[in-house]
Design a protein around this ligand. Structure first.
Ligand SMILES: [Zn+2]
Length: 344
Protein backbone atom coordinates (compact mmCIF):
# COMPACT_ATOMS: atom_id res chain seq x y z
CA UNK A 1 0.00 0.00 0.00
CA UNK A 2 2.77 2.39 0.99
CA UNK A 3 4.66 1.58 -2.18
CA UNK A 4 1.52 2.29 -4.16
CA UNK A 5 1.04 5.60 -2.38
CA UNK A 6 4.68 6.54 -2.99
CA UNK A 7 4.29 5.70 -6.66
CA UNK A 8 1.15 7.82 -6.76
CA UNK A 9 2.99 10.65 -5.08
CA UNK A 10 5.93 10.41 -7.50
CA UNK A 11 3.50 10.43 -10.39
CA UNK A 12 1.72 13.47 -8.99
CA UNK A 13 5.05 15.26 -8.53
CA UNK A 14 6.08 14.28 -12.03
CA UNK A 15 2.82 15.62 -13.41
CA UNK A 16 3.23 18.81 -11.44
CA UNK A 17 6.73 19.42 -12.79
CA UNK A 18 5.65 18.49 -16.31
CA UNK A 19 2.83 20.99 -16.07
CA UNK A 20 5.28 23.55 -14.83
CA UNK A 21 7.71 22.91 -17.69
CA UNK A 22 4.94 23.19 -20.23
CA UNK A 23 4.32 26.82 -19.38
CA UNK A 24 6.04 29.51 -21.41
CA UNK A 25 7.11 31.24 -18.23
CA UNK A 26 8.27 29.08 -15.37
CA UNK A 27 6.82 30.31 -12.08
CA UNK A 28 9.97 32.03 -10.92
CA UNK A 29 9.73 34.60 -8.16
CA UNK A 30 9.13 38.09 -9.43
CA UNK A 31 12.45 39.76 -10.16
CA UNK A 32 13.94 41.96 -7.52
CA UNK A 33 15.49 44.24 -10.07
CA UNK A 34 13.84 47.54 -10.68
CA UNK A 35 11.73 47.11 -13.82
CA UNK A 36 13.01 49.17 -16.72
CA UNK A 37 11.60 52.65 -16.80
CA UNK A 38 8.94 53.28 -19.42
CA UNK A 39 11.08 53.76 -22.55
CA UNK A 40 9.43 57.07 -23.56
CA UNK A 41 12.20 59.19 -22.10
CA UNK A 42 14.95 57.21 -23.84
CA UNK A 43 13.52 57.61 -27.33
CA UNK A 44 14.99 60.24 -29.62
CA UNK A 45 12.66 63.16 -29.82
CA UNK A 46 11.98 64.55 -33.28
CA UNK A 47 11.58 68.34 -33.68
CA UNK A 48 7.89 67.82 -34.37
CA UNK A 49 7.41 65.74 -31.30
CA UNK A 50 9.25 68.33 -29.21
CA UNK A 51 6.50 70.82 -29.93
CA UNK A 52 3.68 71.27 -27.44
CA UNK A 53 3.61 68.16 -25.33
CA UNK A 54 0.51 66.10 -25.61
CA UNK A 55 -0.69 64.22 -22.52
CA UNK A 56 0.68 60.97 -23.98
CA UNK A 57 4.17 62.45 -24.26
CA UNK A 58 4.30 63.99 -20.80
CA UNK A 59 7.29 62.75 -18.79
CA UNK A 60 6.50 59.34 -17.30
CA UNK A 61 6.31 59.20 -13.53
CA UNK A 62 9.21 57.37 -11.91
CA UNK A 63 8.73 53.62 -12.26
CA UNK A 64 7.65 51.95 -9.03
CA UNK A 65 9.68 48.84 -8.23
CA UNK A 66 7.43 45.86 -7.66
CA UNK A 67 7.47 43.74 -4.53
CA UNK A 68 8.98 40.28 -5.01
CA UNK A 69 6.53 37.41 -4.63
CA UNK A 70 6.02 34.11 -6.44
CA UNK A 71 3.55 34.01 -9.33
CA UNK A 72 2.23 30.62 -8.18
CA UNK A 73 1.95 28.71 -4.94
CA UNK A 74 0.08 25.64 -3.75
CA UNK A 75 -2.11 24.94 -0.73
CA UNK A 76 0.15 24.48 2.29
CA UNK A 77 2.84 26.80 0.89
CA UNK A 78 4.30 29.83 2.60
CA UNK A 79 3.86 33.06 0.67
CA UNK A 80 6.83 35.35 1.28
CA UNK A 81 6.52 38.91 -0.06
CA UNK A 82 9.48 41.27 -0.02
CA UNK A 83 9.49 44.97 -0.75
CA UNK A 84 11.88 45.94 -3.51
CA UNK A 85 14.27 48.47 -2.05
CA UNK A 86 16.70 48.07 0.82
CA UNK A 87 16.15 51.69 1.78
CA UNK A 88 12.39 51.31 1.95
CA UNK A 89 10.89 51.48 5.39
CA UNK A 90 8.27 49.31 6.98
CA UNK A 91 4.67 50.19 6.21
CA UNK A 92 2.64 51.09 9.24
CA UNK A 93 -0.28 48.95 8.14
CA UNK A 94 -0.61 45.25 7.53
CA UNK A 95 -0.48 43.40 4.23
CA UNK A 96 -3.58 41.35 3.52
CA UNK A 97 -4.08 38.04 1.71
CA UNK A 98 -7.49 37.72 0.05
CA UNK A 99 -9.14 34.63 -1.42
CA UNK A 100 -10.50 34.56 -4.99
CA UNK A 101 -13.88 35.49 -3.49
CA UNK A 102 -12.34 38.56 -1.83
CA UNK A 103 -12.43 37.20 1.71
CA UNK A 104 -9.58 38.32 3.98
CA UNK A 105 -7.67 35.15 4.86
CA UNK A 106 -4.72 36.57 6.78
CA UNK A 107 -3.15 39.84 7.84
CA UNK A 108 0.61 40.20 8.24
CA UNK A 109 2.68 43.04 9.66
CA UNK A 110 5.92 43.80 7.84
CA UNK A 111 9.30 43.01 9.37
CA UNK A 112 12.91 43.68 8.36
CA UNK A 113 14.68 40.80 6.67
CA UNK A 114 18.30 40.17 5.72
CA UNK A 115 21.52 41.97 6.53
CA UNK A 116 21.31 45.69 7.24
CA UNK A 117 19.66 47.71 5.90
CA UNK A 118 17.47 44.73 5.01
CA UNK A 119 14.16 44.71 3.25
CA UNK A 120 10.65 44.65 4.51
CA UNK A 121 8.96 41.26 4.19
CA UNK A 122 5.50 39.87 4.85
CA UNK A 123 4.79 36.20 5.37
CA UNK A 124 1.52 34.30 4.92
CA UNK A 125 0.71 30.62 5.40
CA UNK A 126 -1.80 29.10 3.01
CA UNK A 127 -3.90 26.31 4.58
CA UNK A 128 -4.07 22.88 2.94
CA UNK A 129 -7.78 23.31 2.17
CA UNK A 130 -7.34 26.59 0.29
CA UNK A 131 -9.19 26.33 -3.03
CA UNK A 132 -7.28 26.93 -6.27
CA UNK A 133 -7.73 30.30 -7.95
CA UNK A 134 -6.35 33.81 -8.17
CA UNK A 135 -5.60 35.29 -4.75
CA UNK A 136 -4.69 38.90 -4.03
CA UNK A 137 -2.04 40.39 -1.77
CA UNK A 138 -2.70 43.98 -0.75
CA UNK A 139 0.32 45.91 0.46
CA UNK A 140 -0.09 49.19 2.26
CA UNK A 141 1.74 52.28 1.03
CA UNK A 142 3.86 54.69 3.03
CA UNK A 143 6.53 57.38 2.67
CA UNK A 144 9.59 55.99 0.82
CA UNK A 145 7.96 52.58 0.43
CA UNK A 146 5.17 52.19 -2.06
CA UNK A 147 3.23 55.32 -2.91
CA UNK A 148 -0.16 53.83 -2.17
CA UNK A 149 -1.94 50.59 -1.48
CA UNK A 150 -0.98 48.13 -4.22
CA UNK A 151 -2.53 44.83 -5.22
CA UNK A 152 -0.66 41.78 -6.53
CA UNK A 153 -2.05 38.53 -7.90
CA UNK A 154 -0.88 35.07 -6.87
CA UNK A 155 -2.19 31.93 -8.52
CA UNK A 156 -2.93 29.05 -6.16
CA UNK A 157 -2.66 25.81 -8.13
CA UNK A 158 -4.63 22.74 -7.12
CA UNK A 159 -2.83 20.18 -4.98
CA UNK A 160 -3.78 16.61 -4.25
CA UNK A 161 -3.13 15.09 -0.87
CA UNK A 162 -2.93 11.39 -0.12
CA UNK A 163 -5.23 9.42 2.15
CA UNK A 164 -3.97 7.03 4.81
CA UNK A 165 -5.43 4.87 7.56
CA UNK A 166 -3.70 4.71 10.95
CA UNK A 167 -4.81 1.82 13.17
CA UNK A 168 -4.33 2.71 16.84
CA UNK A 169 -3.71 0.29 19.70
CA UNK A 170 -5.93 0.38 22.79
CA UNK A 171 -3.36 2.55 24.60
CA UNK A 172 -3.00 5.01 21.74
CA UNK A 173 -6.77 5.11 21.25
CA UNK A 174 -7.14 6.05 24.92
CA UNK A 175 -4.41 8.66 24.60
CA UNK A 176 -6.17 10.26 21.66
CA UNK A 177 -9.79 10.17 22.81
CA UNK A 178 -9.73 10.36 26.63
CA UNK A 179 -10.33 13.87 27.93
CA UNK A 180 -7.53 15.08 30.17
CA UNK A 181 -6.93 18.41 31.92
CA UNK A 182 -3.20 18.04 31.17
CA UNK A 183 -3.89 17.66 27.43
CA UNK A 184 -6.20 20.70 27.48
CA UNK A 185 -3.65 22.85 29.29
CA UNK A 186 -0.83 21.74 26.97
CA UNK A 187 -3.00 22.47 23.93
CA UNK A 188 -3.75 25.95 25.29
CA UNK A 189 -0.06 26.75 25.87
CA UNK A 190 0.87 25.35 22.47
CA UNK A 191 -1.76 27.40 20.60
CA UNK A 192 -0.66 30.48 22.52
CA UNK A 193 2.99 30.00 21.47
CA UNK A 194 2.23 29.29 17.80
CA UNK A 195 -0.12 32.29 17.62
CA UNK A 196 2.53 34.71 18.88
CA UNK A 197 3.95 37.19 16.37
CA UNK A 198 7.00 38.90 17.87
CA UNK A 199 8.21 41.66 15.48
CA UNK A 200 11.74 41.20 16.88
CA UNK A 201 11.68 37.42 16.44
CA UNK A 202 13.96 37.40 13.37
CA UNK A 203 16.49 34.57 13.47
CA UNK A 204 16.35 32.71 10.17
CA UNK A 205 19.42 33.33 7.99
CA UNK A 206 19.35 30.55 5.41
CA UNK A 207 17.22 27.86 3.77
CA UNK A 208 15.75 25.04 5.84
CA UNK A 209 17.62 21.78 5.92
CA UNK A 210 16.09 18.39 6.65
CA UNK A 211 16.35 18.05 10.42
CA UNK A 212 17.14 14.33 10.48
CA UNK A 213 19.39 12.07 8.39
CA UNK A 214 16.55 9.99 6.94
CA UNK A 215 14.65 10.20 3.70
CA UNK A 216 12.21 7.46 4.65
CA UNK A 217 8.95 9.36 4.81
CA UNK A 218 6.26 7.36 6.52
CA UNK A 219 3.67 10.17 6.27
CA UNK A 220 3.61 13.21 4.06
CA UNK A 221 2.51 16.74 4.72
CA UNK A 222 -1.24 17.20 4.33
CA UNK A 223 -2.14 13.49 4.26
CA UNK A 224 -5.84 13.05 4.91
CA UNK A 225 -5.75 10.65 7.83
CA UNK A 226 -8.30 8.32 9.27
CA UNK A 227 -7.53 7.01 12.73
CA UNK A 228 -8.96 3.56 13.29
CA UNK A 229 -9.62 3.21 17.01
CA UNK A 230 -9.17 -0.09 18.83
CA UNK A 231 -12.70 0.48 20.10
CA UNK A 232 -14.06 0.44 16.55
CA UNK A 233 -14.65 4.14 15.92
CA UNK A 234 -12.78 6.35 13.48
CA UNK A 235 -11.72 10.00 13.35
CA UNK A 236 -10.40 12.18 10.55
CA UNK A 237 -7.45 14.55 10.69
CA UNK A 238 -5.04 16.27 8.36
CA UNK A 239 -1.39 15.40 8.94
CA UNK A 240 0.17 18.74 9.84
CA UNK A 241 3.81 17.82 9.16
CA UNK A 242 6.18 15.28 7.60
CA UNK A 243 7.17 12.02 9.34
CA UNK A 244 10.69 10.70 8.86
CA UNK A 245 11.33 7.18 10.18
CA UNK A 246 14.72 6.79 11.88
CA UNK A 247 16.13 4.66 14.67
CA UNK A 248 15.67 5.85 18.23
CA UNK A 249 18.61 8.06 19.22
CA UNK A 250 19.26 9.51 15.73
CA UNK A 251 20.20 13.19 16.16
CA UNK A 252 17.55 15.80 15.34
CA UNK A 253 18.82 19.27 14.39
CA UNK A 254 17.36 22.73 13.90
CA UNK A 255 16.06 23.12 10.33
CA UNK A 256 17.11 26.77 10.43
CA UNK A 257 18.51 29.32 12.84
CA UNK A 258 15.93 29.93 15.52
CA UNK A 259 15.12 30.51 19.18
CA UNK A 260 13.76 27.71 21.35
CA UNK A 261 10.31 28.78 22.56
CA UNK A 262 9.19 25.38 23.86
CA UNK A 263 11.08 22.27 24.97
CA UNK A 264 8.77 20.05 26.97
CA UNK A 265 7.42 16.55 27.45
CA UNK A 266 3.81 16.72 26.26
CA UNK A 267 1.14 14.08 26.67
CA UNK A 268 0.15 13.62 23.01
CA UNK A 269 3.21 14.83 21.07
CA UNK A 270 5.80 13.48 23.53
CA UNK A 271 9.08 15.32 23.96
CA UNK A 272 8.63 18.37 21.74
CA UNK A 273 10.69 21.36 20.64
CA UNK A 274 9.35 24.53 19.00
CA UNK A 275 11.71 27.01 17.32
CA UNK A 276 10.82 30.57 16.37
CA UNK A 277 12.40 31.59 13.04
CA UNK A 278 10.56 34.74 11.96
CA UNK A 279 7.66 36.72 13.41
CA UNK A 280 4.83 34.15 13.58
CA UNK A 281 6.92 31.41 11.85
CA UNK A 282 7.81 28.29 13.84
CA UNK A 283 9.11 24.76 13.26
CA UNK A 284 8.08 21.91 15.55
CA UNK A 285 9.86 18.62 16.32
CA UNK A 286 7.78 15.90 18.01
CA UNK A 287 8.03 12.44 19.61
CA UNK A 288 11.70 12.97 20.55
CA UNK A 289 13.47 10.46 22.76
CA UNK A 290 15.60 13.14 24.42
CA UNK A 291 15.76 16.92 24.51
CA UNK A 292 19.10 18.75 24.52
CA UNK A 293 17.89 22.37 24.55
CA UNK A 294 15.97 24.67 26.84
CA UNK A 295 13.65 27.61 26.10
CA UNK A 296 15.48 30.85 25.32
CA UNK A 297 18.47 29.25 23.57
CA UNK A 298 19.23 30.46 20.03
CA UNK A 299 20.21 27.53 17.81
CA UNK A 300 22.22 27.82 14.65
CA UNK A 301 20.97 25.97 11.57
CA UNK A 302 21.96 22.32 12.00
CA UNK A 303 22.48 22.52 15.79
CA UNK A 304 21.34 19.44 17.66
CA UNK A 305 18.13 19.82 19.67
CA UNK A 306 17.37 16.22 20.62
CA UNK A 307 17.09 12.67 19.30
CA UNK A 308 14.48 10.65 17.43
CA UNK A 309 12.08 8.67 19.59
CA UNK A 310 8.50 7.47 19.80
CA UNK A 311 7.23 9.40 22.82
CA UNK A 312 3.57 10.44 22.92
CA UNK A 313 1.12 9.26 20.26
CA UNK A 314 3.55 7.43 17.97
CA UNK A 315 3.41 3.96 16.46
CA UNK A 316 7.21 3.74 16.08
CA UNK A 317 10.37 5.84 16.23
CA UNK A 318 10.17 8.79 13.85
CA UNK A 319 10.54 12.54 13.68
CA UNK A 320 7.35 14.50 13.09
CA UNK A 321 8.47 17.86 11.65
CA UNK A 322 6.05 20.78 11.30
CA UNK A 323 6.08 24.32 10.02
CA UNK A 324 3.53 26.78 11.40
CA UNK A 325 2.82 30.27 10.16
CA UNK A 326 0.63 32.16 12.59
CA UNK A 327 -0.78 28.81 13.65
CA UNK A 328 -1.50 27.56 10.11
CA UNK A 329 0.18 24.22 9.32
CA UNK A 330 2.35 24.65 6.22
CA UNK A 331 4.60 22.29 4.27
CA UNK A 332 8.05 22.36 5.91
CA UNK A 333 9.52 21.84 2.42
CA UNK A 334 7.70 24.85 0.94
CA UNK A 335 9.81 26.59 -1.76
CA UNK A 336 9.84 29.89 0.17
CA UNK A 337 12.16 28.40 2.80
CA UNK A 338 14.01 25.98 0.50
CA UNK A 339 15.81 28.94 -1.13
CA UNK A 340 15.57 31.48 1.66
CA UNK A 341 16.38 34.32 1.47
CA UNK A 342 15.71 34.49 -2.27
CA UNK A 343 17.36 37.17 -4.35
CA UNK A 344 19.91 39.81 -3.43
ZN1 LIG B 1 3.45 12.96 12.03
Amino acid sequence: MRRFLSALLSLALLCASAAQDAGANPPAPAPDAVPPAIPQAAQPVSPQAAQPVSPQEAPAPAAIPLPALPAEIRPGDVLLVRLPRPESGTPAGEAVLKSPAGTVLQRAAGFRLGPEPGRTAFVFGLPTDAPAGIYTVEIPGGPGILPALSRHSVTVRPRDFLAEDIPLSTNLTTLRVEPSPRKDEEARVYADILGRVDPDGIWLDGPFLRPVASDRRTSRFGDRRRYLYATGGTASAVHAGIDFAAPTGTPVVAAGRGRVVLAADREVTGKTVVLEHLPGVYTVYMHLDSLSVAPGAVLERGARLGTVGSTGLATGPHLHWELRVRGVACDPETPAFAVFPAGP
